[in-house]
Design a protein around this ligand. Structure first.
Ligand code: GLN
Length: 310
């Protein structure tokens, strides 16, 4: 895979996404409804730290559910993969990302850290004495993955905090089942903040490249997490990263991925690179319509399906 190959693939992915239409910005979070729908960015970062980008790849948008991966990484470091699997789980829910029914069906166990219930439970497991200390640790983890200081958007955060009643209900259900390990409203507060940071498509690709390179940020050289904790994180992404479309994604693209309702999407190719895209309009599952096309196309161009070795 040469420079020229990757550059060409990123351009083909961008063009394929540009030729795709459909979807709608998330509208249950007022801020997200107001982001210009035609923004489109695509980026690749390799494990040697090379950056390839096209379109609006520098535009900063709300990370939303992609943050779940990095809080999971923090908790994986704190309690280890055995406890993560036991307390949260490693299976797809087969239900929407904010499902309450999924909890009812499994005695309150969220099954995956990449749906809202599991992510709130994950946030409740981050070590720290109070919400601000826990939040500082999460923000620091996002920053170390990205190799730069990631910051909260007060606008996104207040928009979400004012409307996150459903997530609060989920937290109380978790708590009543013994599956929330801190004050439930503190867990939702921290979870909501982690969703409200701003990242660019390049940041996302860099965060993914840190996973691709076994937990070391390829540009700063900082070890962010233990190499042993990367595989279980990628397994969680493969199972639930695109919610109820995760199976379709595995079938067609063959890479661990993660989407967010801000329009971001990330796929990780272990040992090689990460691909990220951003485009706000979502399909009914909550995945970026154009983002999926862009990432899938780049992966296809470069022959990166893990189940189809070159
Ligand atoms: N903050 C959003 C929520 O909790 C994140 C959802 C997502 O990106 N799928 O609903």
């Amino acid at each position: 895979m040469s420079h020229i190959d990757i550059e060409a693939a990123v351009n083909v992915g961008y063009q394929a996404a540009k030729a795709t239409s459909g979807g709608q910005n998330a509208n249950y979070i007022p801020f997200l409804a107001s982001v210009p729908s035609d923004l489109l960015g695509v980026a690749v970062v390799t494990t040697s730290g090379e950056v390839f980008k096209v379109g609006d790849a520098d535009y900063q948008f709300a990370i939303e559910s992609i943050s779940k991966v990095f809080t999971l990484a923090l908790v994986m470091e704190a309690i280890g993969p055995v406890a993560v699997r036991e307390k949260i789980g490693a299976d797809p829910t087969g239900l929407p990302f904010n499902s309450v029914i999924a909890l009812e069906l499994h005695n309150g166990k969220p099954l995956s850290p990449l749906v809202n219930a599991g992510a709130i439970a994950t946030a409740s497991l981050v070590p720290g004495n109070d919400a601000d200390a826990i939040w500082a640790a999460i923000k620091d983890a996002q920053s170390r993955f990205a190799g730069r200081t990631i910051a909260l958007s007060p606008d996104v955060n207040s928009s979400e905090q004012a409307t996150n009643f459903h997530n609060r209900a989920i937290a109380w259900l978790l708590y009543s089942a013994g599956a929330c390990y801190s004050d439930p409203m503190q867990a939702v507060d921290v979870y909501t903040r982690q969703c409200s940071t701003l990242v660019s498509t390049i940041d996302l690709a860099m965060m993914g490249a840190t996973l691709a390179s076994g937990g070391v940020n390829p540009v700063t050289g900082t070890r962010v997490i233990k190499a042993a904790n990367v595989a279980p994180i990628l397994a969680e992404m493969m199972m639930e990263g695109l919610y109820t479309a995760s199976g379709d994604w595995a079938y067609t693209v063959g890479l661990p991925g993660k989407s967010g309702v801000g329009g971001g999407i990330l796929a990780v190719v272990p040992g090689k690179l990460a691909i990220a895209a951003f485009s706000p309009p979502l399909d009914p599952v909550g995945n970026s319509v154009r983002g999926q096309v862009a990432v899938a196309k780049v992966a296809e161009q470069l022959g990166l399906n893990l189940f189809r070795p070159a």
